[in-house]
Write a protein that binds this ligand. Structure first.
Ligand code: FES
Length: 581
């Protein structure tokens, strides 16, 4: 199915309601044109041309986006070249590193800002600049709800890290060497060198963490120009991609290709297939479900598990595979090369912002079969995630089993329960807790409401005395998320969360817990009658927020299995267009 050619006239542009094309079209148009002259433009520079909003998440505080100020200029160049009128809008920045307790608390706020900004201003199409973890879903959720033509410009991965001849992956090697420090294998001098070597340039994390996973998902959804997601942030090609995105959005506006015509059920199935075949971040589960919801598509945990069983992991990129990083993936063919290896599992005739997906992949090549593996030599036979069910997670839980020690994928052990992250951090190294390599570490109070914002606490630390004995993985269970750069046998996103009385709230230290990844189960070995007694005695924790955004978040956020969107944003229904008169 090739994309139908709709052509709009200047009078059919949304922005025409603000500016008009004739001097006589009303007082408001007169005022808007006068104010545009105040901005320094002549009427012929903007009248009758599509207005393209460039939503920029640049900020001094966000090292993953610090180059986006320049990239916005490249987008503008492309928009002007294509005969349209670019306007840059600064929007919230979500810095995974610096924003506390977690930028996930603010994903829906940026989504809301994106939607309302696109709705309330004279905008015909949008270019969205983001990439650090939550910014990609936030921008796309908001743009999907506004439903204008839009192109996403991924921030691009930073350059690979280096230390003493080793290549470092951001996040992944930070955790690894931090554990080495706790185990006494390296000291402050080495740690100081590592600090200088981990992050060498602007750009998002260069492992297949959450940022790379979600920008790849955006490309698979069909909302970027081809090959955009893996271009290193500081590569000249990134500037060229940004300019190409500016040119492309103008054509999409004339075609009237609103996001709803791209973000179809088939597009989301392909994005799930992509994430699983990349061995991508568990965070993608929550974000894709939320993005799909905004596009009117029902995506469930079962879709992930169903698709995972038929998609091999082909991206040999850390932390799910390795030793490679995103720059290697880019030079091996990037996402087009990767998608060409699984094209039989994709919907090739669906529309993207560049024609059909099949057309986009016609010239795709793979240049390195060790980075992007052949189908008969996968990194893993099945997609990188599994969805678990059981009496401990009736609404589901997720595990990235390809990043786990194989011997722990079927494991029974006694629970050691922590009620909150701070207590766990303070006490985890205390031998009096009796934690052994067979213990199952349980953290609760870290879900969407309990965290709040479901922080990335899911890779619970291993006690230092076990690290010194060489233990590097244990079964860990929480209602938290986990950084896409993390690894280990970590059961995440347990739903419903403990804060609202999910079964995780009822676990006691010493209870046996069985994880069976092949059977897709997580079971608490406590009789139902005893669980009912515990439930009757359970009291909900006190609420933290009496006012403000936190109170709104707490009231409206949904559980992990439905994407943690706000209920009032996720529900279908009309939002009237503004009256521009
Ligand atoms: Fe921004 Fe990792 S900190 S992507």
């Amino acid at each position: 199915m090739s994309e139908p050619e709709r052509r709009r006239t200047p009078e059919q542009l949304r922005s025409h309601q603000w500016y008009g094309s004739e001097i006589s079209s009303g007082l408001r148009s007169f005022s808007h044109r006068a104010r545009t002259r105040q901005l320094g433009y002549l009427p012929e520079e903007h009248l009758g041309k599509p207005v393209i909003a460039i939503l920029n998440t640049w900020s001094d505080i966000n090292p993953c986006h610090v180059h986006l100020r320049d990239r916005a200029q490249a987008v503008k160049r492309g928009v002007w070249q294509a005969g349209a009128f670019p306007l840059e809008f600064p929007v919230s920045t979500l810095s995974e590193t610096f924003q506390k307790p977690t930028p996930m608390l603010y994903r829906n706020l940026l989504a809301m800002e994106t939607e309302e900004l696109l709705r309330s201003y004279p905008v015909d199409g949008a270019v969205l600049l983001g990439g650090c973890d939550k910014s990609t879903p936030a921008l796309l959720m908001g743009a999907a709800s506004a439903d204008l033509p839009a192109v996403f410009v991924p921030a691009g991965p930073m350059l690979p890290g280096h230390w003493r001849g080793e290549t470092l992956g951001s996040g992944t090697d930070m955790w690894k060497y931090w554990d080495d420090k706790r185990a006494g294998l390296i000291g402050d001098c080495e740690l100081s060198e590592l600090e200088a070597g981990l992050a060498r340039s602007p750009g998002h994390c260069m492992t297949m963490g959450t940022a790379s996973t979600l920008t790849a998902a955006a490309e698979a959804l069909g909302v970027t120009v081809p090959g955009a997601s893996s271009i290193p942030a500081v590569d000249s090609g990134h500037d060229r991609m940004a300019a190409a995105s500016g040119r492309r959005i103008v054509e999409l506006v004339w075609q009237d290709l609103a996001l709803s015509r791209v973000l179809t059920r088939e597009a989301f199935e392909d994005a799930v297939t992509t994430v699983l075949g990349l061995g991508g971040s568990t965070n993608a589960v929550i974000h894709l479900i939320a993005m799909a919801g905004r596009a009117g598509v029902t995506l469930t945990l079962d879709d992930f598990d169903r698709i995972a069983r038929r998609v091999p992991v082909l991206a040999n990129v850390r932390p799910g595979g390795g030793p490679y990083l995103m720059e290697d993936f880019h030079f091996a063919g990037g996402l087009p090369g990767f998608l060409s290896r699984i094209s039989d599992l994709l919907h090739l005739d669906r529309p993207t912002v560049n024609g059909t997906l099949g057309q986009q992949l016609e010239s795709a090549l793979v240049h390195n079969d060790d980075v992007i593996r052949l189908r008969d030599n996968p990194v893993a036979d099945e997609g990188g995630l599994a969805v678990l069910r059981g009496n401990l997670c009736p609404d589901g839980a997720v595990i990235k089993h390809i990043a786990a020690e194989p011997h722990l994928l079927h494991h029974t052990g006694p629970a050691v329960v922590f009620d909150d992250y701070q207590t766990m951090q303070r006490t985890i190294d205390d031998p009096a807790l009796g934690i052994t390599a067979d213990s199952v570490l349980v953290l609760r109070g870290a879900g969407p409401k309990g965290g709040p914002g479901m922080p990335e606490y899911g890779m619970l630390p291993i006690p230092a005395y076990l690290l010194k004995e060489g233990v590097r993985d244990m079964v860990r269970i929480s209602d938290a998320r986990m950084s896409g750069t993390s690894y280990g046998t970590c059961v995440l996103h347990v739903a419903p969360e403990s804060h609202i009385g999910g079964p995780l709230a009822l676990v006691r230290t010493g209870d046996p817990i069985t994880l069976d990844v092949a059977g897709r189960t997580l079971h608490l070995g406590v009789p139902d009658e005893e669980l009912e007694r515990r439930r009757a005695a359970w009291t909900p924790p006190p609420e933290r927020y009496e006012r403000g955004y936190g109170a709104l978040y707490h009231e409206q956020v949904t559980q992990a299995d439905t994407g943690c969107d706000f209920a009032f944003l996720a529900r279908p229904g009309a939002a009237p267009a503004p009256y521009a008169g």
